[in-house]
Ligand binder design. Structure first.
Ligand code: ZN
Length: 245
């Protein structure tokens, strides 16, 4: 049923903060006849606004590949596209269970589908993300192992590059110190997802280990290890973002 008062309030709340504040100065609950459900809805809306305008940082997690693009194929037949999606889902889950939804985390894909690189960066721009994190696994014809992170080579986005390096080092520290992964360091690359996002936020591409290395490919067979890696990445982000809240 259409409720003129409620509609007006929702409309007001969809406008920027200043208009909202003006509205509150001029109005009070006494002047508006609201049904109980409308009041509850309003309170939820207010809480959400506090989070959006307050301290909840937005993180876009980008599980690489998907659909027809499997990414690297593991020595044990595990697929990069599945590993990165599983880690992304765990990051979202841990943010709810351990971090009480401290961050607003949005994945670029929830399922085994192929999203264009453009759409992945478009999401980061549209959400005004605070950090963009692309998840990948490595492959090599050699017996390479370990974890490395990439940041963009941009000379014009110095602040975002510095922040990206700090985030990369923080994620590496958690993964190498607590999970025993070898660190291959933070490196520079002109990858499209980094190039298209670095103007809007710090952005990192995480290579979570080598699918061509037996130990590292087997590591991702176990759900508890997927969770451990997700926690290391989330802690890496938390350690960086927390000191800037
Ligand atoms: Zn990849």
């Amino acid at each position: 049923m259409f409720d003129a008062n409620w509609h007006q309030i929702v409309w007001k709340f969809e406008k920027p903060m200043l208009i909202t504040l003006k509205f509150w100065k001029k109005s009070s609950f006494k002047n508006v006849k609201l049904r109980r459900r409308s009041v509850q809805g309003l309170m939820i809306l207010l809480l959400k606004m506090c989070l959006v305008f307050g301290q909840q940082k937005v993180i876009v997690i980008d599980p690489g590949h998907g659909g027809t693009d499997s990414g690297a194929i593991g020595i044990n037949d595990i697929l990069e596209k599945d590993v990165v999606l599983n880690v992304a889902k765990e990051i979202i889950g841990l943010n709810k269970t351990l971090f009480d939804e401290r961050f607003a985390i949005y994945p670029t894909r929830y399922t085994d589908t192929l999203i264009s690189l453009k759409d992945r960066s478009r999401l980061a721009k549209a959400l005004k993300t605070d950090v963009f994190v692309s998840l990948h696994c490595n492959a090599s014809p050699n017996a390479s192992q370990g974890m490395e992170l990439y940041v963009h080579t941009s000379k014009t986005e110095e602040n975002h590059i510095k922040a990206s390096i700090a985030i990369g080092l923080s994620i590496l520290k958690e993964s190498t110190g607590k999970l025993g992964f070898e660190s291959r360091g933070v490196k520079f690359a002109n990858f499209e997802v980094l190039r298209e996002t670095v103007a809007y936020s710090p952005s990192v591409l995480v290579e979570m280990g080598f699918m061509t290395n037996t130990n590292e490919a087997d590591y991702y067979l176990k759900p508890k290890n997927i969770r451990a890696k997700a926690l290391a990445i989330l802690m890496g982000l938390y350690n960086y973002l927390n000191i800037r809240l």
